[in-house]
Design a protein around this ligand. Structure first.
Ligand SMILES: *[C@@H]1O[C@H](CO)[C@@H](O)[C@H](O)[C@H]1NC(C)=O
Ligand SMILES: *[C@@H]1O[C@H](CO)[C@@H](O)[C@H](O)[C@H]1NC(C)=O
Ligand SMILES: *[C@@H]1O[C@H](CO)[C@@H](O)[C@H](O)[C@H]1NC(C)=O
Ligand SMILES: *[C@@H]1O[C@H](CO)[C@@H](O)[C@H](O)[C@H]1NC(C)=O
Length: 203
């Protein structure tokens, strides 16, 4: 009896542990110094990326994200870090979104950026950032950025604690993926024409 109940306890502990492991979304640790596509001809160029050299654009035409994640820069695979440069024209918004696999450390290089995130109790934490100010968006939480200045552009650099932080845009995931319009209308306590109007605007 005692044995079987401790076996049960052990089994539930293993179950809880494996659930908590599978719900973690960290980059896995690697057992090598770095990961290369092949072992031949790896030199410093493999660890060098030039794709952000166009980061300083004082007159961006539209909101632009230049990424340096493992997709663009394969040497990041296994290193749990990545960057992105965000260029905001006057009055541009980066709509509410989340990064499922990483916190984001946001640094303003030019202009003024209003930012905010919402925690799991629906409390909004927002701030207006000037050049040199840094803000952290906790992992997985919905957040946004807005250049409230209608005359000047803004530039920011984001660092992520993942080589592939992932992006889930709230408007796009909800309104452009074919979820039944009645489901959306009921969820947003509105009608189908209103849902269709939102969907059209996102096309
Ligand atoms: C090895 O990887 C390098 C860098 O990605 C690539 O340029 C080269 O073609 C690869 N060589 C082979 C044999 O796959
Ligand atoms: C952003 O601006 C560039 C240059 O004007 C243009 O080619 C591109 O289509 C624009 N992208 C979007 C999403 O509007
Ligand atoms: C936070 O957002 C509110 C509107 O929701 C705004 O009135 C306020 O100025 C913002 N605070 C900062 C510091 O940006
Ligand atoms: C933008 O420029 C206009 C005209 O020069 C000015 O009236 C307005 O206050 C400026 N707005 C901001 C946010 O600087």
């Amino acid at each position: 009896m005692a044995i079987s109940s401790s076996v049960k306890l052990l089994l539930s502990l293993i179950l809880i542990l494996s659930i908590s492991i599978t719900t973690q979304a960290n980059d896995p640790d690697i057992l090598t110094d770095f990961i290369t596509p092949n072992s031949t001809n790896v030199d410093a160029t493999f660890f060098t990326y030039h794709g952000l050299s166009a980061f300083y654009n004082p007159n961006p035409k539209n909101f632009t994200v230049i990424k340096a994640s493992m997709n663009e820069f394969p040497a990041l695979n296994g290193q749990s870090v990545s960057y992105a440069v965000l260029q905001f024209p006057p009055a541009a918004v980066n709509p509410p979104h989340t990064h499922p696999r990483a916190a984001e450390l946001f640094l303003v290089m030019k202009g003024t950026v209003e930012v905010g995130f919402v925690d799991t109790t629906n409390i909004l934490y927002n701030q207006t950032l000037q050049v040199g100010d840094m803000f952290v968006f906790p992992k997985g939480l919905v957040h946004f950025q807005y250049n409230r200045n209608h005359n000047e552009s803004a530039i920011a650099i984001s660092a992520f604690g993942s080589a592939n932080a992932g992006l889930l845009s709230v408007p796009k995931s909800v309104f452009t993926t074919g979820i039944d319009e009645n489901v959306l209308a009921m969820s947003f306590k509105t009608d189908v024409p209103t849902v269709q109007k939102i969907e059209l605007g996102l096309k």
